[in-house]
Design a protein around this ligand. Structure first.
Ligand SMILES: NC(=O)c1ccc[n+]([C@@H]2O[C@H](COP(=O)([O-])OP(=O)(O)OC[C@H]3O[C@@H](n4cnc5c(N)ncnc54)[C@H](OP(=O)(O)O)[C@@H]3O)[C@@H](O)[C@H]2O)c1
Length: 299
């Protein structure tokens, strides 16, 4: 079993790599060796790699910068997945890909289901949605895990940003009217491994029956303010000396960003449980595990 895994320097790809090791030959190309910004070259590279399974967490994830780099975001997030999916579909090679809560317009307060109407508010969201649509159109065996608010003990993410700012500032002002589920790359990788590894011999059948989009986030919900407060409390209870005294809730309108973000990022987890038997950890439990992992890196 030859498993092509992209984005291994990123959060989800980095978490998947050790979990997949031992279940096949992992082909983990560098960006230069498999550059998603050059979609026309990908089929040739795939011919060389000859994967039996493709897992593609690599993406253009700079949400605000994408507003100024629309073409590059669409090359990496839409055209590249399209090229990979077409190559995979023509050879019946199963493809696992990743999507985002930013495909939704954020209205209301109900969790989004996999078939809820999309309406991206940002270039990043639109580029990711175009990738999801192109993969479905290729009609090969595929699974698209739709996730949100991804972080890990390493890398550039909200946990690391709050940990740094909490060491420097007395007051943090954090958006409290965007609601979603902070999700560790570790939890995503565990769920994907739980779906893929027991079914390596019959992934085509599985994805033909139960493929398409599946929501994959940690359980529960909070705001960015709730998440930041839990990070600060968790760091302090682990003995880290912090400068921060208050975490002030603010409105999205008080923290303008280049890209518009959805207010409601809740994702319904029913399908993950019903079709794949996977229950993800509560976001607070996943955070506790990640804080244990991040502590030695901050001290
Ligand atoms: N991060 C989030 O909050 C979030 C939320 C919802 C959904 N998602 C989705 O979840 C998936 C995994 O995200 P993540 O957080 O693991 O992303 P990440 O940490 O930003 O990692 C992305 C990876 O893609 C690679 N990459 C970027 N441009 C590339 C190119 N032109 N060719 C090949 N590789 C390239 C990056 O390499 P370099 O590091 O070398 O640039 C990096 O290894 C993505 O599909 C993302 O859209 C993420």
């Amino acid at each position: 079993m030859r498993i092509l895994l992209t984005g291994t320097d990123g959060q989800v790809g980095g978490a998947l790599r050790p979990l997949l090791a031992g279940h096949g030959t992992i082909i983990a190309p560098s960006v230069a060796e498999f550059d998603l910004s050059k979609p026309d070259a990908l089929a040739g590279r795939l011919d060389d790699f000859k994967p039996d399974l493709i897992i593609n967490p690599a993406a253009y994830t700079a949400v605000d910068r994408a507003e100024d780099e629309r073409e590059l975001a669409f090359l990496i997030n839409a055209k590249a997945p399209e090229a990979i999916a077409q190559w995979a579909a023509s050879r019946r090679v199963p493809l696992v890909h990743f999507s985002t809560d930013y495909v939704f317009n954020g209205s209301g307060d109900k969790p989004w289901r996999e078939d809820s109407p999309t309406g991206p508010l940002s270039v990043y969201g639109a580029s990711k949605l175009a990738g999801d649509v192109a993969i479905a159109a290729a009609k090969g065996p595929h699974l698209i895990a739709r996730t949100s608010w991804v972080y890990a003990a390493t890398g550039a993410n909200f946990l690391r940003t709050i940990a740094r700012l909490a060491g420097e500032r007395k007051e943090l002002r954090i958006v409290a009217d965007q609601i979603g589920a902070p999700t560790t790359a570790r939890a995503i990788a565990a769920a994907i491994t739980g779906i893929v590894v027991p079914n390596l011999a019959n992934l085509n059948d599985l994805f033909a029956r139960k493929g398409g989009v599946v929501n994959l986030v940690c359980a529960g919900e909070t705001s960015w303010h709730g998440f930041a407060s839990a990070i600060v409390d968790g760091l302090r209870s682990r003995g880290l000396a912090l400068a921060v005294e208050t975490v002030v809730p603010i409105a999205t309108a008080d923290f303008p960003t280049k890209a518009v973000r959805p207010g409601n990022s809740r994702l319904d987890l029913s399908r993950l449980k019903a079709d794949f038997g996977i229950a993800t950890p509560a976001w607070q439990d996943a955070l506790a595990r990640e804080l244990d992992a991040v502590k030695p890196l901050l001290a």
